[in-house]
Structures are given as C-alpha cells and as structure tokens.
Write a protein that binds this ligand. Structure first.
Ligand code: HEC
Length: 141
C-alpha cells in the first residue's frame, strides 16, 4: 500500500514537473538595421551648348544663319549685324565680340537693343559663343 501511495505521489510530482515548462526565452528584439544612407545625386548641370544657345537665345534677332535676319529683326533699328560679312570680322576681334555679348551693344557704342548677356552666361560660356559665331558664320579667308 505504501509503495503504491509513494508511486502515485512520485508519479504525480513527475507529471506536475513535466508540465512545468521552462519559461520561453524573452523574444529577442529583431535587429533593426538603419537603411543604407543614399548618396544624394546632385542633378548634373546641364551642359552648355553654344549652338543650341545661339539658336534659342540669339537667332530670334540674329537669324539661324547669322545674317541678322531673325524674325524679331524686322522691328530692330539698327538691324543686327550680319555675321556672314567678312567686313564684320575684319573690324572686330574676339575681345570685342566677348564684350558685346557680355555687356551689351551699348558698352561698345552700339545699339542697346543688343542686350547684355553677362547675367545669364559666364565668361567661359561667352567664349564658347564667340567661338561658335566664328566657326559657324565667319567666311573663310
Ligand atoms: C533682341 C534682339 C537681339 C538678341 C536676342 C541678340 N542680339 Fe546681338 N545684336 C542685336 C542688334 C540689334 C545688334 C546690332 C547693334 C548695332 O549694330 O548697333 C546686335 C549685335 C551683335 C553683335 C555685333 C556687335 C558689333 O560689334 O557690331 C554680336 C557679336 C552679337 N549681337 C551677338 C549676340 C549673341 C551671341 C546673342 C545671344 C546670346 C545675341 N547677340 C542676342 C540684337 C540682338
């Protein structure tokens, strides 16, 4: 009898213990990774294109062919210079052309209708415009 009791007791204890599960390990916080910093991509400065600039900005007065016959030229007096005329180039050097474009016609005693473009284009860009005018319109000698 005693053995049976003990057996039951032990059995009961075992059962109790068996059901006593070890506490679940505290859930580990999933490691939150900071997102990789994204390199800010600076928008590339649009490439200056003398030809495109001349066609959009200067041609309305000067004409695509540089003859001074742009659509707006009809209303101008004096008319824009004819860049195809050898005489035009004979009387003007690069520094003069640069100055006219940068500071306007009035800066060299010409018409103020030739506006100063220095606020819009830097010296390097104006040099490119001068080069464009020469290579495109200046008649071969
Ligand atoms: C609103 C019309 C107009 C626009 C736009 C214009 N010009 Fe002129 N430009 C003139 C006129 C008018 C003259 C002639 C001035 C004169 O002979 O008194 C002139 C003259 C010139 C001359 C010759 C100056 C000289 O010594 O005789 C150059 C070079 C010139 N322009 C370049 C440019 C360039 C480059 C642009 C564009 C960035 C431009 N122009 C835009 C009207 C314009």
């Amino acid at each position: 009898m005693r053995i049976l009791m003990t057996g039951l007791l032990i059995g009961g204890l075992l059962t109790a213990c068996g059901g006593d599960e070890a506490p679940a390990p505290a859930p580990t916080t999933p490691e939150v990774k900071a997102p990789e910093p994204v390199e800010p991509v600076a928008p590339a400065a649009p490439e200056f294109n003398a030809e495109a600039t001349f066609k959009t900005t200067c041609a309305p007065c000067h004409g695509e062919g540089g003859a001074g016959d742009g659509a707006a030229a009809a209303a101008l007096n004096p008319k824009p210079a004819n860049f195809n005329d050898p005489a035009f180039w004979a009387e003007r050097d690069d520094a003069h052309i640069h100055k006219v474009i940068k500071e306007g016609g009035a800066s060299v005693g010409k018409s103020p209708l030739m506006a100063p473009w220095g606020g819009q284009f830097n010296d390097e860009q104006i040099d490119q415009l001068v080069a464009y005018l020469k290579t495109t319109f200046k008649p071969a000698e």
